[in-house]
Design a protein around this ligand. Structure first.
Ligand SMILES: [Zn+2]
Length: 319
C-alpha cells in the first residue's frame, strides 16, 4: 500500500495517509481525515488558485496556458472535477472539426462527470453539451454524434446525425447499396429519440421526407411520359411512315413482278396487263403495310413493359 505525505486538517500535524483509501485517522489528534483533502493541504499547492488562473486563460483564449494550470492541479489532485472540466474546455475550444480533439475533450469531460457529486451531474452535462452544440459535424463524426445524443438527446445533434445519414443513404442507394447495420441502428435510435423528445421536429422531418419522395416520383413519371412520347414519335412520325411505305412499296413491286411471272408460266390469265398488276400490288400493299403497323404497336408495347420493369423489377414476380 502506498502512503502519501499529508497534513491533518484538524490539528495541522504532518501525517502519512493510505493512497488507496478515502478516509484515514490522524495519529496525533485521532480525527477522521479525508485523504484527498489532507494530501492537497500538505502539497502547499493552492489548487483553487490554479483553477482560477486556468479559467482566466480560458477567457483569454490561451488554451495551451490554461491546460498547464489544470494539469498542475491534477498532478496534486488527480480527481479534481474542475481541473478535468477545464482541460475539456481548453481542448474542445481549440478544436475546429478534428474528431481526435472532440474525443480527447470527451475523455476529460467524462472524468469531470465521474468525480462530481450526483447533484451537479445535470448542470455539468449541460455545460459539456453546450461546448459541442455549435460545432459543425461531418460524416466522419456520425459515431461520435451518436455518443453525444446518448448523453443528451439534444435537437441539433439529432437533426445533424439524421441528415448526415440521409445524405449517405441516398448516395449509396444510387449504386444499389444500403447503410451498414451499425449506421442503420444509429439512424433508427436517433429518429426514436427525436420522436420522443422533439415531436414537432420529428413530424416536420417526416413531412420533408414525404415531400422529397413525392418530388422524386413526379420526376420519374415526367421522365417516363416524355420517353414514351419520344419513342412513339420515332415509330409513328409522318416522315418515318412515308419512308416505311416507300420501302414496302418497292418490295411489293418486285413481288408483284414475280407473281405475274409465276402466273404466266402456269398459263393462269384471269385478267391481263396493267389492271392485273395493280390489283396484285394493292392487295399486297394492304397486307404488308398492316403487318408493319402491327409490328410498330408491338414495339411500343415492349418499350412500355421494359420501362415498367426497370422502375420495379419485382412487380411481376410471383412469390
Ligand atoms: Zn490531527
Amino acid at each position: 500500500m502506498e502512503f502519501l505525505a499529508a497534513k491533518c486538517p484538524s490539528c495541522g500535524a504532518d501525517i502519512q495517509v493510505p493512497g488507496n483509501k478515502d478516509f484515514a485517522f490522524c495519529t496525533f489528534c485521532g480525527s477522521n481525515v479525508k485523504v484527498r483533502e489532507s494530501v492537497i493541504m500538505k502539497s502547499d499547492v493552492d489548487t483553487d488558485n490554479l483553477i482560477a488562473l486556468g479559467n482566466v486563460e480560458l477567457q483569454a483564449r490561451d488554451y495551451n496556458e490554461a491546460m498547464e494550470y489544470f494539469t498542475r492541479v491534477l498532478e496534486v489532485d488527480g480527481k479534481n472535477p474542475k481541473a478535468w472540466l477545464g482541460r475539456g474546455h481548453a481542448t474542445i475550444r481549440k478544436a475546429n472539426s478534428q474528431l481526435k480533439l472532440f474525443e480527447e475533450a470527451m475523455v476529460y469531460f467524462t472524468n469531470a462527470l465521474d468525480n462530481s457529486p450526483e447533484t451537479e451531474q445535470e448542470a455539468l452535462t449541460n455545460i459539456i453539451i453546450a461546448e459541442y452544440t455549435p460545432k459543425k459535424f461531418m460524416s466522419g463524426h456520425i459515431e461520435f454524434l451518436d455518443r453525444l445524443i446518448k448523453i443528451k438527446p439534444e435537437k441539433v445533434f439529432l437533426l445533424q446525425v439524421i441528415s448526415l445519414l440521409d445524405v449517405i443513404e441516398a448516395d449509396m442507394s444510387k449504386s444499389g447499396n444500403k447503410l451498414s447495420p451499425e449506421r442503420q441502428t444509429i439512424k433508427t435510435d436517433a429518429l426514436a429519440l427525436l420522436k420522443e423528445n422533439h415531436p414537432v421536429d420529428y413530424n416536420r422531418y417526416l413531412r420533408s421526407i414525404e415531400k422529397k419522395e413525392k418530388h422524386l416520383e413526379e420526376r420519374d413519371a415526367n421522365y417516363e411520359a416524355s420517353a414514351l412520347k419520344r419513342q412513339e414519335q420515332e415509330l409513328f412520325s409522318g416522315k418515318r411512315l412515308l419512308g416505311d411505305i416507300f420501302t414496302v412499296s418497292l418490295l411489293n413491286v418486285i413481288v408483284t413482278g414475280i407473281i405475274i411471272l409465276i402466273f404466266d408460266s402456269f398459263g393462269i390469265s384471269a385478267s391481263e396487263g396493267f389492271g392485273r398488276a395493280l390489283t396484285i400490288f394493292l392487295v399486297l400493299s394492304a397486307f404488308t403495310n398492316f403487318a408493319v403497323y402491327l409490328n410498330k404497336r408491338r414495339q411500343l408495347k415492349a418499350f412500355k413493359n421494359e420501362m415498367a420493369f426497370r422502375k420495379n423489377p419485382f412487380k411481376n414476380m410471383v412469390q
